[in-house]
Each structure stands twice: as C-alpha cells, then as structure tokens.
Design a binder for this molecule. Structure first.
Ligand code: PEP
Length: 256
C-alpha cells in the first residue's frame, strides 16, 4: 500500500500564494513511486492549480463538496463540478462537523457523491476531548465510520481513505495535546476491526488509514511507524513549505 501525505491548507493562501507554494514544492520533491503526496487548497485555487500541478508528483484534494450534482443550492460546489480537477476530497473534517454542523447523514451523502464522481473521499473521523474523557471514543469512531460509509458498497470500499483525527490533537483546538503512539495504534486497530466486521477482512486490509493531529517534521517519523498508520493528514505544518517538504522526506525514509 502507498503512504499518503496530505496537506490540508484550510482557509489560507490567496490563489497567487498557493501557486507560488506549488511551484516551489514541485521543484523541491522528486516523483516518489510509493508516496502519494496530496495538497488541499481553498476551492478558489483548485482550477488553476490543476493546470499547474505535475500529477506524477502530487495530487489535489478539495476540502469540501456538495452531495447533489446540480440544482438550486446557492453557494455550493458539487463533486460533478470538481470531477477532473481533483483526485481526492476531504469529507467530514472535524471543522465541518463542529463549526458547520455537518452530521453523519450529510457526510454519508457527500462520500457517495464523491465516489459517484470518481473522487476518492478522505473520510475524517475522531472524538472530541470530552467524548474521550467520558469513555465514548470507541462508540464515536464506530458511529462516524459506519455512518459515513453507509452508502458505500462492499466492492467500492477500497476506493475510500479514512483519516483518524482526534479533535483534541488538532493544533487549532484550544490546548491541543499530542496523541500518543498507543492511543493512535488502538484507534487504528479498532477502525480496521470495524471495517473487517462490516466488509470482510480482505477488503478492510486494502483501506488506507491516515493519522492527523499536530503532525510536524519532528514527530512525523514516529507517527508513521505506529502500527496501522498508512499516512498523515497535516494541517498547520503543511502551510510552511519547508516543513511539509521535510515531512515528505521523513515519510520516504521511514516507509522505504
Ligand atoms: C487537521 O485539521 O486536519 C489537522 C490535522 O491539523 P493540524 O495538523 O494543524 O493539527
């Protein structure tokens, strides 16, 4: 399985800044066969970056998309419009869930719409600090996983990526804490177990599971060696070109 390094830029960079970043990153990194490098800029930059990007070196992800392909949905952009521009879409990020009120019903429709349009969903799941404190972590993971994937057929599951991002470990969360290798390994094993119970072991083995939460160049290597981790989803550190490039280098070293 490939190793995935995904940079989520969130609401940062103008189109011009995004283009300069991409230009520099393309110059900095070679084409790594076993690494899938993905950047996820703001929607407004996607079209121009799709013309600039070298798809042998990296791919584009949208940060959001709407579940209907067209119609009277002012302000929305559909996966059918994103088709051909991006290869991936981040869906169910904790900021979409907690700031914009997206629930598992909406997220499952978005996952289905992405797949219908040949875009690989990166389904984000993860518990909040208080859910963990109340011992609800396993239930939250199960509910968000089963809920988000409920419209995905068995033979389509291998086209999905899961990102486990405990909300309390995300750097923009107040007083974010670093997740420990044991906490991550436990969550990875649980996710794989739920996938195996629902879809069968053979299919479950093929699903990449990423970790996200305050990843930077100095902890990336450690996180990538946690059992079950197939890649990283990176927010803050992906905004600094040298740090993102260093994480890519670390991933290459650790996984080869
Ligand atoms: C994220 O928000 O997806 C994320 C992982 O952010 P950070 O790396 O900044 O914690």
């Amino acid at each position: 399985m490939k190793t995935y390094i995904v940079g989520n830029w969130k609401l940062n960079f103008t189109v011009g800044e995004a283009s300069i970043y991409l230009h520099k990153l393309l110059k900095k990194i070679p084409n790594y066969r076993d690494l899938e490098v993905v950047i996820s800029p703001s929607l407004i930059a996607l079209q121009s970056l799709s013309l600039q990007i070298d798809r042998h070196k990296m791919k584009l992800a949208a940060q959001n998309g709407f579940y209907r392909d067209y119609g009277a949905f002012t302000g929305e952009v559909s996966f059918s419009q994103l088709r051909g521009i991006v290869d991936y879409c981040i869906i169910g990020h904790s900021e979409r869930r907690h700031i914009f009120g997206e629930d598992d019903k909406m997220i499952q429709k978005k996952v289905a719409a992405a797949m219908r349009n040949k875009i690989t969903p990166i389904l984000c799941i993860g518990e909040t600090e208080s859910e963990r404190a109340f011992g609800e972590t396993a239930d939250v993971i199960r509910d968000q996983l089963i809920g988000g994937l409920s419209e995905v057929a068995d033979d389509e599951l291998e086209k999905v990526i899961i990102a486990y991002e405990p909300v309390w470990a995300i750097s923009s969360t107040k007083a974010a804490k670093l997740a420990s290798p044991d906490e991550i390994a436990e969550a990875m094993a649980l996710i794989r177990k739920i996938l195996a119970e629902t879809y069968g072991e053979k299919i479950a083995e093929k699903v990449p599971i990423l970790f996200g939460g305050s990843v930077n160049p100095s902890n990336a290597g450690g996180y990538l060696t946690v059992p079950g981790v197939n890649g990283l989803l990176i927010g803050g550190s992906s905004l600094i070109l040298s740090e993102f490039a260093d994480i890519i280098e670390v991933a290459k070293r650790v996984k080869s």
